[in-house]
Design a protein around this ligand. Structure first.
Ligand SMILES: N[C@@H](CCC[C@H](N)C(=O)O)C(=O)O
Length: 283
C-alpha cells in the first residue's frame, strides 16, 4: 500500500492516496498504522479521496474535488484537522493533483475549507464559536477554560508560563462529559509579548482527543487565538501561536479565520498492509 508521510509544525500524518475510495480503512488498522513502534507512526491518518467517492463528502463533490478523510491515532475520526488540511494540500500540490501555487477548496467533515498554497499553506477555517466556560483537571489541579468550536471541539485553558512548562500531559486531562459528550481537545496557553506584526501572542501545549499530546494542533491554535481575541475585546487581529513544533499565524477578519504555517511532505513509500493487518486483524 502506497503512503506518504508529512507534518505541519510537528503534527505528523500518514497520508494514504486512495482517490477512488477503495481502501477498507478501519479504526484498528488506522491505530496500527499510527503505532510509533510497530507501524509507521503518526498523530493521524489523512486518506486522500475524491469527494465523489466518499459518502461523507458526496454532497460537496460539485464544490470541491478532494475530501480530507481524517482519522486520529487511536482510530477515531474527527470533523476537522487544521494542520491536516495544510499537509493534505501540500501533498496534492506535490503529487500534481492541484496547481503548485494558488487557491482551491477542500471538503472536510466540518465543511468546505478554502486553501491557499505558497511557501506556507493557509486554510480558511470555520469561524470559531466561543460558547461556554468549563474546566480541565490535571495532576489534581483544576484549570478554568473556555469551550470553542472550530468545526471540532476545544477547551482553552489560560495558564502562566511556568505552569505551561511543567504540565504533565502524558495523561488525558479530566473534562466535563456533559459539556463534551464526544470528548474534547484541551489546549493550555500562556500569554507573552507579541512579535512584530502580531496583535497577540500565545505559547500553547495541547492534549488532543484521540492522539494524546502532540507537537502542534492547527484547530487548537485557532481556538487559542479565538479566546485570546475575545478576551482582548478584538473582533479582528493577528495572533501568533507557538507550539513545540514551530509557529502558526492566525488572522481573523470580519469574514475569514485564516490558519497559516509550514507544511511539508518528508517521505513516500510502501507499507506492508499484511504486517499491519496482523496488528489489526479486523482490517
Ligand atoms: N491536530 C489536528 C486536530 C486533529 C483532530 C482532533 N484530535 C480531534 O479529535 O478533534 C489539527 O491540527 O487541528
Amino acid at each position: 500500500m502506497r503512503f506518504a508521510k508529512g507534518h505541519g509544525t510537528g503534527n505528523d500524518f500518514v497520508i494514504l492516496p486512495d482517490p477512488d475510495g477503495v481502501l477498507p480503512l478501519t479504526p484498528t488498522f488506522v491505530a496500527a498504522l499510527c503505532d510509533r513502534r510497530r507501524g509507521i507512526g503518526a498523530d493521524g491518518v489523512l486518506r486522500v479521496v475524491r469527494s465523489a467517492a466518499h459518502p461523507d463528502a458526496e454532497a460537496s463533490a460539485g464544490t470541491a474535488e478532494w475530501f480530507m478523510d481524517y482519522w486520529n491515532a487511536d482510530g477515531s475520526q474527527s470533523e476537522m484537522c487544521g494542520n491536516g488540511v495544510r499537509v493534505y494540500a501540500r501533498y496534492l500540490a506535490e503529487a500534481g493533483l492541484v496547481a503548485p501555487e494558488g487557491s482551491f477548496n477542500l471538503v472536510t467533515r466540518a465543511g468546505v475549507v478554502p486553501v491557499t498554497i505558497g511557501e506556507e499553506i493557509a486554510a480558511g477555517m470555520p469561524m470559531p464559536r466561543v460558547y461556554v466556560q468549563s474546566e480541565a483537571t490535571s495532576e489534581g489541579r483544576v484549570f478554568g477554560g473556555t469551550a470553542v468550536d472550530v468545526g471540532n471541539p476545544h477547551l482553552v485553558c489560560p495558564v502562566d508560563e511556568p505552569t505551561l512548562e511543567r504540565l504533565d500531559l502524558t495523561r488525558a486531562p479530566g473534562i466535563d462529559p456533559l459539556i463534551f459528550p464526544a470528548g474534547v481537545n484541551v489546549e493550555f496557553a500562556a500569554a507573552g509579548a507579541p512579535p512584530a506584526g502580531a496583535d497577540l501572542y500565545r505559547r500553547m501545549r495541547v492534549y488532543e482527543r484521540g492522539s494524546g499530546e502532540t507537537q502542534s494542533c492547527g484547530s487548537g491554535a485557532c481556538a487559542v487565538a479565538a479566546v485570546a481575541l475575545d478576551h482582548a475585546g478584538l473582533e479582528s487581529g493577528v495572533v501568533i501561536v507557538d507550539v513545540a513544533g514551530g509557529r502558526l499565524t492566525i488572522t481573523q477578519t470580519a469574514s475569514e479565520f485564516l490558519l497559516a504555517g509550514p507544511a511539508v511532505i518528508v517521505a513516500h513509500g510502501d507499507v506492508d498492509a499484511q504486517a499491519i493487518r496482523q496488528l489489526a486483524p479486523s482490517f
